[in-house]
Write a protein that binds this ligand. Structure first.
Ligand SMILES: [Zn+2]
Length: 119
């Protein structure tokens, strides 16, 4: 199995649970944190988080910033935004990606950064 060692950076939510809805398996964080895809079938892992303070349940997937597509919805600091453009900056040393968000602004993330997306 090919594992890309990209993702060591992500915004974590409390009490995360990791599931593949295709295989019906639940995983530990160590099993999926390299690429946030199912070790069996490569589907994106569905992440459920339960906030004990607010009783909020959040369900999302994690994608590497360069896997985002126009039209995806992402969670960003508690708000949800639609992606209108993804620009991988030419300067490889910088290793940055611009993500344009509808009605908001452009955010800049590292290439090894993961973004929480609406499944
Ligand atoms: Zn699976």
């Amino acid at each position: 199995m090919k594992q890309t060692k990209y993702i060591k950076k992500e915004i974590s939510y409390p009490n995360e649970i990791y599931k593949c809805t295709t295989c019906n398996n639940e995983y530990n964080k160590e099993d999926v944190e390299l690429n946030w895809q199912c070790p069996e079938c490569d589907e994106y892992i569905l992440i459920e988080s339960y906030d004990e303070e607010t009783s909020d349940i959040t369900i999302f997937i994690r994608k590497r910033a360069d896997q985002l597509k126009k039209g995806n919805y992402i969670h960003y600091y508690g708000e949800m935004y639609q992606v209108v453009g993804v620009t991988i900056l030419d300067d490889k040393k910088l290793g940055k990606i611009w993500i344009g968000l509808k009605g908001f602004t452009r955010i800049e993330v590292d290439v090894n950064e993961c973004v929480n997306c609406v499944p």
